[in-house]
Write a protein that binds this ligand. Sequence first.
Ligand code: CUA
Length: 409
Amino acid sequence: MGAVAALAGVFLLPGCLWLDGPQSSFVPEGPVARAQLSLFYLTCWVTLVIFIIVGSVLAYAMIKFRAKTDADLRAEPPPQGHGNFMVEVSLIGASIFSLVIIAIPTLHGIWYTYDVPAEEKASAYEVTATGYQWWFKFDYPSENAQVPDATGKLVSAPLSTGNELVIPAGRPVHVNLRSVDVIHSFWIPKLAGKVDMVPNRANFLWIEADKPGYFWGQCAEFCGESHAVMRFRVIALSPRDFNDWLTSQMAPARRLAEPTAEQLAQPRATLASYKTFTHNEGGYTDRFRFDGSPLEEWRKQQLPEPNEDPVLVSKGRALFVAKTCSSCHTIRGDGALGVQGPELTHVASRTTIAGGLLENDRDELHRWIHNPGDVKPGNKMWVNGYVKNDIKLTPEDEDALVAYLRSLK
Ligand code: CUA
């Protein structure tokens, strides 16, 4: 099987740059994706052999028995044969044989990719991925964060993030798949997939990344108008980095010192200027693609912003509640406890926003909160939030909200 895959590797596809994208399943980086790829190659080879045999016989017959003279064209058809026991039996036998060649490894693959192998189960890490129209929520059932409830009492809730699944590298991860609305499909081409997320049904799959890395994922089943832009990322970290990440994520929202009277009294600088975007403009650069060093870029994203303005941040925090953002988003420690939208306690440490569609930088964040409906058609924040509640943001409001959200590392 390895030899077949290797041969296929030489003749068929990878290595060719045009198949080596961030979502290419031809360059697997984990055991599950590798098993799926070798099965794909095996199927290709069996069908290629059949194609060559059938094609050659056809070509041979067409050339050998073609009409060579004018007399051939007018000749009666030769005597017709009906049924040849040996030919029929061998064709049936050959078909069954090639199906068995495909079926045995297919069954093996189904069992293998179904769940973490028994011998590794004890060391497996567990996460829950939930599909929403149109973004992914990731819960960590074994990590309990403390969240103040309406009365200020601390209650424990599993750690939760949006758009980005951070996992330990080199360790199997059992992923529970859930959906709150329609059927989505969970797919990380370089690691594993696809498995449907079905409402009221508990599906799962397992993934493992060979080494630390940054991977692109995508919803793979039509689920409504923004299906095509329902993306996510998987960040695999070394065990130590993963633990550091967990520690920082468990902490409540980062707080800057409250602005002093002197800072408040200072005349405000002119509004920060933001880039304007054309409709449908791509929301990402090559920073987080495979050909750079996306993991290094991810690490940079964890560091606090330079030159944070405590006045704007504090104003943004108040606006987040006043403009009712807090009724859909949770920011632990800042009084926001909504659960309909992504958890935002450490949103600025993520590399993407808007369901993995936009890179999480200042301009893109501004573009997103300025007019979410323009970026991602039909999204709930726009339809059920901005439009229904008639939420209007002035440029000053947007500036403060951007500064606040950027401070949440
Ligand atoms: Cu979710 Cu397509």
